[in-house]
Design a protein around this ligand. Structure first.
Ligand SMILES: Cc1ncc(COP(=O)(O)O)c(C=O)c1O
Length: 419
């Protein structure tokens, strides 16, 4: 029999991938920007004062008073699936209840799909700038990430995706945010969406279509998601986080019925069940007819906040900055046409004006696009009141102008090259 180690072990040995994880740049900045007295345009939080607290309280009370299964483990709640089918039909997506898989939010939806599709070390195609939460989902798989450029107005570069596929790349999945991209605020143009779906079908590559912001459209006619054009290769991820409240932790996947069995096994292993109570209460809330009016209110209010931010940007920001008008979602991406790093600018903004944003580099999924991202910032317009948005942009503009003038004076005093 072995005598065992002579000295007690000191450190728990982590899995190889976990040994390498670092707090993301985003996490570090979130910590800094969540300090008291900071006017934060950083996080993508919904407006707390617009949460449907009263109507949801009534829905919860009704469920608790009448449904003895509401606090028990239980199967996915079919009436909620019916409501999701109807919601998606309004967006031009035809699906059946048996193609809906309920999740604890979009983040879990992505996690389950990645677990289903990606082998360790497998390949994934995504944009150079993308949602950091998805990058974190991938980490345990240590995948081969192929990034493609993305346009701040029309979204993912589909020609670049095609060229990767033509050169022989066979990714397990393509990830994109179709509407109200995080961080760019962009929507994938109709022609690009059609081409991307066509590529997915031709090469047999599933697309994870992450769509938390698609219901928050500020145009008269909103474009349908990619799932409207394909029911086999587009795996749609939706959520109630942005249209009701993130704390409910209820979302959904729309996928072929053949995947439901595997998804339910993976979900069971991950967290057994989802909130039986919230599934039923959301269903009762929608049944009572509240969601439509609530969504209309959210769109009205967020559109006003978006327009307030755009106006403040026009009034206060220097000519070196440019940005797009998002038709959907909660973010504006502003880029500086100047030698100014926005991560350094954030430090000044926090100290000098107590205002926060997220520097663009935090969203880089690889080396591509880093240069312009390091001169960019993500600004959120859903969380703050219009007054705070105006104030925040004015403060940020002051920091920006001061930084630009110090850069200009330091470069004019620098030794000049003879060439
Ligand atoms: C693009 C994107 N996907 C997914 C999520 C996560 O959503 P949920 O709260 O439903 O998990 C977010 C949250 O901000 C997001 O921006």
């Amino acid at each position: 029999m072995s005598d065992g180690p002579t000295t007690p072990a000191t450190d728990i040995v982590l899995a190889e991938w976990a040994r390498e994880i670092q707090p993301s740049a985003l996490q570090k900045m979130l910590l800094a920007s969540s300090r008291p007295n900071i006017l934060s345009l950083a996080l993508g939080l919904p407006a707390a004062e617009l949460f449907p607290a009263e109507d949801y309280t009534r829905a919860l009370a009704q469920v608790l008073a009448t449904d003895t299964r509401a606090l028990q483990y239980g199967p996915p709640f079919t009436p909620l699936k019916k409501h999701i089918v109807a919601l998606m039909a309004e967006r031009g997506v035809k699906c059946e209840e048996d193609q809906i898989f309920l999740t604890a939010g979009a983040q879990q939806g992505m996690n389950l799909l990645v677990r289903l599709l990606l082998e360790p070390g497998g390949t994934v195609i995504m944009e150079e700038l993308t949602y950091t939460g998805f990058q974190q989902v991938l980490e345990p798989y240590r995948p081969n990430i192929l990034t493609v450029p993305t346009d701040t107005e029309t979204g993912i570069d589909v020609s670049a995706v095609e060229s990767l596929l033509m050169k022989g790349a066979r990714p397990a999945l393509i990830y994109c945010v179709t509407h109200g991209h995080n961080p760019l605020g962009s929507c994938i143009s109709a022609s690009k969406r059609a081409r991307l779906v066509e590529l997915a079908e031709r090469y047999g590559v599933p697309i994870i279509e992450d769509d938390p912001y698609g219901f928050l459209s500020y145009e008269e006619t909103a474009e349908p998601p990619m799932r409207a054009f394909d029911s086999q290769w587009v795996l749609y991820v939706g959520t109630f986080s942005k249209i009701m409240a993130p704390a409910l932790r209820v979302g959904w996947i729309i996928a072929p019925q053949s995947l439901m069995h595997c998804l339910s096994i993976i979900k069971e292993a991950s967290d057994i069940d989802m909130s039986t109570l919230n599934q039923r209460a959301i269903s009762a809330y929608i049944e009572a007819g509240h969601l439509e009016a609530h969504l209309a209110r959210l769109r009205r209010e967020y559109k006003l906040r978006r327009d307030t931010m755009l106006k403040a940007l026009r009034e206060h920001f220097p000519a070196e900055a440019s940005w797009c008008k998002p038709s959907c979602g909660v973010f504006i991406w502003a880029e500086l046409n100047a030698e100014l790093k926005t991560d350094e600018l954030l430090e000044r903004a926090l100290i000098e004006e107590q205002v926060a944003f997220i520097p663009g580099e935090a969203f880089c999924a690889g080396e591509g696009g880093k240069e312009s991202a390091s001169r960019s910032m993500r600004l959120n317009f859903s969380h703050c009141s219009t007054a705070l948005i105006e104030e925040g942009i004015a403060r940020l503009a002051r920091v920006l102008k001061a930084a630009l003038s110090s850069t200009a004076s330091s470069s004019s005093s620098a030794p000049r090259s003879s060439l």
